[in-house]
Design a protein around this ligand. Structure first.
Ligand code: ADP
Ligand code: GN1
Ligand code: MG
Length: 379
């Protein structure tokens, strides 16, 4: 098994979930656990319990401590954020706090996590029933709901009391630093892969001049730092099975100070494409402007009230910027030998890069139409 070297796969055989769940005060008899979801970083499991005639579930996650260096600080961020949102939901008529925000179940010792004998940090969440996540957007209604949910999430955190949240990954979306990491990986060429990625490297180099725009504005204060999610992939929001509404924003490891532009940008990256994130067939990688329109409408419905005009002006560019930033992260990881993102087959990180770069080319072509859409969105 590759676990000791890097996280390329995840099987329930790797961990003793029966032993892990014993450390949390959970109702019922443990009846098994299975890997869950399609995340690239942590290991997620759904555990099953028998409770009388019923089966109930919980989510167990092993925090990837190679990526998140300080799990206790990370959990402190998550508790502050979820408790703040819970307070707001509890005061809102008709809201259901157990479904509309993540609920951390503390371990028996009171800590929001359990540290196992091997040094892994595990957390447990209430399982949100009757809702699910999607890897590929099925239509504009989903795009609108996802964007509304992330906008509302940001809006609920506008008044989170201090101190400043911890940076769980410093400079996470700092495109110039991500670009410097790419250049370093090219210079090292540790796995002799630069030749196979010549076209992708050229594509990235031709866009280096665009990498500093947003970081410069943030550093000068021209656009504000906010509390943002920073990983607003479509599959990090649960949509209701009954009516498709955005129920709960999940995957809160990267909630920290950031820019609203990055959150909108990652929604653009993940909902405007009509294919999987690692689709190998170039013909299937298509940018769908109808999704963009629904996203812009949904996002501005909830975030429009607090966004500054300068942020609004940059929403279209943000889509390209984040697609580029994550594209060069995939490319860097490919060149470095697939050490960061989980991969399940050779060349997967290069396929992921190709999808991002093909999307960027199409967004560049559609730039003006996208700008017009944002300008004409209410409010
Ligand atoms: P990762 O870091 O692996 O992406 P996520 O927190 O996004 O982890 O969880 C992976 C998947 O597990 C999600 O896409 C979602 O489908 C499911 N999931 C996560 N948390 C819950 C929850 N509390 N209730 C129900 N399903 C959940
Ligand atoms: C990772 O954990 P997951 O799969 O939701 C990554 C994001 C990338 C994304 C690409 C902490 O997100 O930054 O955008 O993969 N998370 C981290 O799919 O690096
Ligand atoms: Mg996720």
């Amino acid at each position: 098994m590759c676990r000791a070297i890097r996280l390329t796969c995840c099987s329930v055989m790797d961990y003793d979930l029966a032993e892990i769940v014993k450390h949390f005060p959970l109702a019922g008899t443990f009846a098994g656990a299975a890997p869950y979801g399609s995340g690239h970083i942590n290991d997620t499991f759904r555990s099953r319990f028998r409770l009388g005639a019923r089966t109930v579930y919980t989510i167990q996650q092993r925090i990837n401590h190679n990526v998140f260096k300080n799990p206790p600080e990370l959990m402190d961020n998550i508790l502050r954020v979820t408790e703040h949102i819970r307070g707001k939901l509890a005061a809102a008529p008709g809201a259901d706090p157990d479904r509309e925000t993540l609920t951390v179940i503390r371990a028996a010792d009171g800590k929001p996590y359990h540290r196992d004998a091997a040094g892994n940090t595990w957390r447990t969440y209430i399982f949100i029933d009757g809702a699910r996540t999607y890897d590929v957007c099925t239509g504009p209604a989903q795009a609108r709901e996802a964007a509304k949910a992330f906008g509302k999430f940001q809006q609920m955190l506008v008044d989170l009391p201090g101190p400043r949240l911890r940076d769980t990954i410093p400079y996470f979306h700092h495109t110039p630093r991500r670009f410097a990491a790419l250049e370093a990986a090219i210079a090292r060429d540790s796995h002799n892969r630069c030749a196979a990625a010549k076209a992708q490297i050229e594509f990235a180099m031709a866009r280096k001049h665009e990498t500093t725009l947003v970081t410069d504005l943030l550093e000068s204060g021209a656009i504000p730092e906010r509390i943002t999610h920073n990983d607003t992939k479509l599959n990090n929001v649960m949509l209701d099975d009954a009516d498709g509404r955005g129920v709960c924003v999940i995957d809160l490891d990267t909630v920290m100070p950031g820019s609203a532009l990055y959150d909108f940008g990652d929604l653009v990256r993940t909902t405007t494409r009509t294919c999987k994130e690692d689709e190998p067939d170039p013909a299937k990688v298509l940018f769908d402007i109808a999704m963009f329109e629904a996203l812009a409408q949904g996002y501005l419905e909830t975030a429009g009230a607090f966004l500054a005009p300068k942020e609004r002006d940059l929403l279209t560019f943000a889509g390209r910027l984040i697609t580029f930033t994550i594209g060069i992260r995939f490319l860097t990881d490919y060149l470095a030998g697939d050490v960061y993102f989980k991969t399940h087959r050779p060349g997967q990180n290069l396929d992921r890069t190709n999808v991002q770069f093909r999307m960027i080319a199409q967004m560049e072509d559609q730039q003006e139409r996208m700008e017009t859409i944002v300008r004409t969105c209410a409010p």
